[in-house]
Design a protein around this ligand. Structure first.
Ligand code: BGC
Length: 251
């Protein structure tokens, strides 16, 4: 098998893809980014996937991994928080195969980031329970136990103090409400201590775009777990999606 696989990360603002060298966990060519259509329906995103993949000269039948911001059961989107509501129940694996002609594996975006950090980044090594949390438009979570991923944990939607956790503690909440870092860190403290009480992770890896400013908020948190910034940053979704093709056969 080739050590190159193509990874795609579908997000609320951009759809990004690149071939990934799975031996290194690095892009094998420059990433291409296409803005997410304002009306982010399956048809509209399918057209972007065709354009994105078509802009690379991929060998026929080479596998694609797709990271998507929703829980995914056997390629199907279970429910959707931050893209067009018509995604619920759509078979994204079949849609991608039809749009691009390539065999496809689909997984949750945070699960993809978790795989990438475990293989190539901040979650490497021997830990019993590792939790990766992405802070962005929503909150994504990936739970790794003895190196195995328990998919679709969806810990961004925990109900905490009567509210969906991501509405209070995601990076989008910080922006929307104009919170300073100290105020936002207070929200994160409440979030992480709740998650910690449930799962007792040894290590919490924090990803998402804001993780590049980790020095401004991670030191404000007081937790039992070791809490560290993600290493792959924005590449984690693409790299993890590509890595997933080597774990699960792309059909
Ligand atoms: C979704 C998750 C996703 C997270 C980050 C949440 O709203 O329910 O599936 O991982 O956002 O994109």
């Amino acid at each position: 098998m080739s050590h190159i696989a193509f990874g795609i990360d579908i997000g609320g603002s951009g759809i990004k893809g690149a071939p990934v060298d799975l031996r290194k966990g690095k892009f094998a060519a420059d990433r291409v980014r296409i803005p997410t259509p304002e009306v982010s329906t399956p048809d509209a995103i399918g057209a972007v996937l065709a354009e994105l993949v078509g802009s690379f000269k991929l060998p026929k039948r080479s596998p694609l991994g797709v990271a998507f911001p929703a829980p995914i059961d056997h390629g199907v989107v279970r429910s959707i928080a931050n893209l067009d509501k018509s995604w619920a129940g759509v078979d994204l694996a079949a849609l991608t195969r039809e749009a691009t002609g390539h065999p496809t594996v689909v997984l949750n975006d945070a699960d993809a980031a978790g795989l990438a950090e475990q293989r190539y980044g901040a979650a490497r090594g021997r830990h019993r329970v590792v939790l990766l949390v992405t802070l962005g438009t929503g909150i994504g979570s990936a739970l790794l136990v003895d190196g195995a991923l328990a998919p679709n944990t969806e810990l961004g939607h925990l109900q905490i103090d009567g509210a969906d956790a991501e509405l209070r503690a995601a990076d989008s909440a910080r922006e929307r409400e104009g919170l300073d870092m100290a105020a936002w860190a207070g929200r994160l403290q409440r979030y992480f201590e709740t998650v910690e009480a449930l799962l007792s992770p040894e290590v919490i890896v924090v990803g998402g775009g804001i993780s590049k400013k980790h020095a401004e908020f991670l030191p404000l948190l007081n937790l039992r777990a070791k809490i560290v910034p993600a290493k792959l940053r924005n590449a984690a979704g693409i790299v993890g999606a590509a890595a997933a093709t080597a774990i699960r056969e792309a059909g």
